[in-house]
Design a protein around this ligand. Structure first.
Ligand code: CTP
Length: 429
């Protein structure tokens, strides 16, 4: 599952791309449609907008489209680029590396797998120029689906008809299953703050935006993992392509994580889980101040109770087994490495991502983060970088850890977590 860019070019089969978009969505993917100038002659952008629930990209130079260098941003976000229908013209441009519109620029900028579904007149398809261009693309690793044979819109009968939408969808699924360095792996990522309700209108929260966890989830989806995202009350959009479980409180996050942890290859606890909640739970009625305002009433006393430490519980449950590989975060304001190292041992996790939240350019609610990765081998300081880049560095460690775990598991079978043995069963939380 992931975000798929669907490039629609100017062929009679363009209307069938609507069905392809639908098919991809039914498979749990998010679709962003990119239409070339001639595609508009065959089908309207509103149709794709309504189906994909996203802005359709039509013009590289549209006002606003370059504010975040959209083709570059999209290039790193997508799990695949599917061009259907692909005319002889676009096939030629892709083969030659011509970048004169959004779709052709995206093709050059992305490292995601590319699938092309040619559709054209029979003679055009069998022309040496088109054959050579397709062969160039194939040699470059581009996947080709179709074309089919049959009655063509131009009245001819022969090869050139756009592959059936179901076949284009199936070909996309097949590509996504095999690519990506985390293909076949299951990752649970937590993100955002938790809110501990005090009464029907008030809560205890924290400043976490969820950005870091969402960046890890997005990168894991891009690398082909099945991602379960347990998301606290964050204002940000959940990661496309992830299976999303929305929670509010630390207790709900605890339950969601514990229910799914046993089936995971790795768990990344990026959420800022509340350490304390109101003793006895939320007050059913709104807590009101006394009307007289006596000095006695100027203070409100409330008792808070520790929440269950989800990560520590996972660490205890997993014990010396190799999976799930566990990543924790540590938000510190002083002695970052020392404290993170202590957390690594205390919570029995494989990696702690520590950051100094007293810096204004790192930590909560900003796009950048400077972190120290702490594992049993020591500490590695990473420079200030975009959270998406840091997510990549964290997942590189997860991947290395998982390959090592696989090697260990082969050497000592039975070292994997037993899915029937769910964490939290032996805990009083
Ligand atoms: N965490 C958790 N459950 C909690 C609290 C924290 O799973 N109830 C996880 C966070 O998701 C994060 C890590 O533990 O991965 C960070 O813990 P942190 O709150 O920094 O550490 P504490 O152990 O609470 O230490 P301290 O408050 O002393 O810094």
């Amino acid at each position: 599952m992931g975000l798929i860019a669907l490039g629609v070019t100017g062929g009679i089969g363009a209307y069938k791309a609507v069905e392809i978009a639908r098919g991809l969505q039914q498979g749990g993917h998010d679709v962003v449609a990119i239409m070339t100038a001639s595609a508009h002659k065959f089908v309207g952008r509103v149709t794709f907008e309504a189906i994909t629930q996203r802005r359709v990209i039509t013009d590289q130079f549209a006002p606003g489209a370059n504010a975040d260098i959209e083709h570059i941003a999209l290039a790193s976000d997508i799990a695949a680029l599917v061009v259907a229908p692909a005319t002889a013209n676009i096939i030629g441009k892709l083969a030659l590396g011509i970048a004169d519109d959004f779709l052709t620029t995206l093709y050059l900028a992305t490292r995601a797998p590319v699938l092309v579904a040619p559709a054209m007149n029979t003679n055009m398809f069998s022309h040496e120029a088109v054959a050579q261009n397709l062969s160039t693309l194939r040699d470059r690793g581009v996947h080709i689906v179709g074309p089919g044979e049959g009655y063509l819109a131009c009245g001819w009968i022969g090869k050139g008809r756009l592959a059936e939408p179901a076949d284009v969808v199936a070909a996309t699924e097949a590509i996504l299953r095999t690519v990506g360095s985390l293909a076949g792996q299951r990752l649970l990522v937590t993100a955002g703050p938790t809110y501990e309700d005090l009464d029907p209108v008030r809560y205890l929260g924290n400043r976490s935006s969820g950005r870091m966890g969402l960046a890890v989830a997005a990168e894991a989806v891009r690398r082909g993992a099945h991602v379960v995202l347990v998301l606290g009350p964050s204002a940000l959009e959940p990661t496309p392509g992830a299976e999303v479980i929305r929670v509010r409180s630390a207790a709900q996050m605890h339950d969601a994580v514990m229910t799914r942890a046993a089936e995971m290859d790795a768990v990344v606890m990026a959420a800022a889980v509340a350490d304390y909640t109101r003793s006895g739970g939320s007050e059913p009625q709104k807590i009101s101040k006394r009307a007289d305002g006596d000095d006695d009433d100027r203070a409100l006393t409330m008792t808070l109770t520790r929440t269950a430490d989800i990560l520590a519980e996972l660490g205890r449950w997993r014990a010396d087994r190799v999976r799930p590989w566990l990543v924790g975060f540590a938000a510190e304001t002083q002695d970052v490495v020392e404290r993170a190292t202590a957390k690594l041992t205390r919570k029995r996790v494989d990696l702690v991502v520590a950051n100094d939240v007293s810096r204004s350019d790192a930590g909560f609610a900003v796009e950048t983060n400077a972190a120290v990765l702490v594992d049993a081998a020591g500490a590695t300081e990473l420079p200030l970088q975009q959270k998406s880049a840091l997510a990549g560095a964290i997942l590189d460690r997860v991947e290395a850890g998982l390959s090592q775990a696989t090697a260990t598991a082969h050497a000592t079978p039975g070292d994997m977590a037993d899915p029937a043995d769910k964490p939290g069963q032996h805990e009083s939380s």
